[in-house]
Design a protein around this ligand. Structure first.
Ligand code: ATP
Length: 319
């Protein structure tokens, strides 16, 4: 069996706010196997970014992990010391975002930013060695090392995106969390970027958690996919199996709502109801008020994860 690199177990994540507590993650269990690309999908507000940030213990204020474990190669990130967490970020786990301009400092040339990142983690590395390492990483990303001397604003959006990835990989992490990495790119650059991610996972031996609301990207790039709904995991499985045979009624609705351009007059399917308020989520399964197949128990008890043909599904129908 492939070794797992990240094991999230029964994680609860919340944001205490003035009107109550936003329960943004409820009993989340998820495992990432070495070398795989895991797509994390779900509607806006379903808790994808919250989960991504919690893995690096970088939740936005006032977010906190209320329960559970995040085991990275067996070590629990939730209880790790602040000092160990700082070492872990970048060295072991790296996160890249939608907008490269939020990660790159517009005032400094790229080389300076690379050198600083390397030397913040290891002061014994000389500037020359840091520069050489940066040039090597850029080469792997198909960028001429001469571009290290430029400022972020001198580059195109796609190029900045690559530089940002380079920065994320400069310390040689084995886990990359990419949060909506293509949303700010046009379709051509997006396609190039997706090709790049595929090359990267081989060249840098990476495991990737790819957060996106774009199911097409997941179909193209991911090995497995996890579907989130209102802070809970609805379903996790192999991409081909899950897309061909979705088990959770929410996933079934989500896939049915994608317009089919092959049909002349595509029938637009929508899911009735709204996503719940996470301060007062429905009792039991959070999807039950919208679920066409709900049972009595769904209103009372949050379902555990059941396994059916290799897919894990949080739904009482599969008990
Ligand atoms: N700083 C915060 N304070 C309070 N609530 C927050 C905060 N950040 C996120 N939330 C809430 O947590 C829930 C999950 O949000 P999150 O941003 O993780 O979802 P998402 O699936 O990543 O959405 P999107 O695709 O829009 O980024 C939402 O109800 C959101 O309102």
């Amino acid at each position: 069996m492939t070794e797992s690199i990240l094991d999230i177990q029964n994680l609860n994540i919340e944001y205490p706010i003035y009107i109550g507590t936003v329960r943004a993650g409820e009993n989340i269990s998820l495992s990432l196997k070495k070398g795989e690309v895991m797509g994390l999908v779900g509607e806006s507000g379903s808790g994808k970014s919250t989960l991504g940030f919690s893995i690096l213990r970088m939740l936005k204020t006032p977010g906190r992990i209320a329960a559970g474990q995040i085991l990275y190669h067996g070590r629990d990130i939730v209880t790790m010391s602040e000092q160990d967490i700082l070492k872990l970020r970048g060295n072991n786990i790296s996160m890249i975002f939608q907008d490269p301009l939020t990660s790159l400092n517009p005032l400094f040339r790229i080389d300076k930013q690379f050198i600083e990142t390397i030397r913040t983690h290891d002061k014994t590395v000389t500037k020359k060695a840091a520069l050489e390492r940066s040039a090597e990483v850029l080469k792997k990303l198909g960028i001429a090392p001469s571009r290290l001397h430029e400022y972020p604003h001198q580059m195109s959006g796609g190029m900045r995106q690559r530089i940002m990835i380079g920065m994320g990989l400069i310390l040689n992490p084995d886990l990359l969390i990419a949060d909506e990495p293509t949303t700010a790119l046009d379709v051509i650059v997006e396609a190039q970027f997706l090709d790049l991610l595929n090359v990267l996972r081989q060249q840098f031996d990476l495991t990737i958690l790819l957060i996106t609301h774009n199911l097409g990207i997941v179909a193209q790039l991911a090995d497995r996919v996890t579907v989130m709904y209102a802070g809970m995991i609805a379903e996790t499985g192999d991409v081909e199996t899950l897309f061909a045979n979705p088990l959770h009624p929410y996933t079934q609705g989500l896939l049915a709502s994608i317009p089919n351009i092959k049909l002349e007059q595509p029938k637009l399917v929508t899911m009735p109801g709204q996503t719940p308020d996470l301060v007062n989520p429905p009792p039991g399964c959070r999807f039950h008020p919208r679920c066409p197949k709900s049972l009595g128990i769904c209103r009372q008890e949050m379902p555990p994860m059941f396994t059916q043909n290799g897919t894990q599904v949080t739904c009482w129908l599969y008990q």
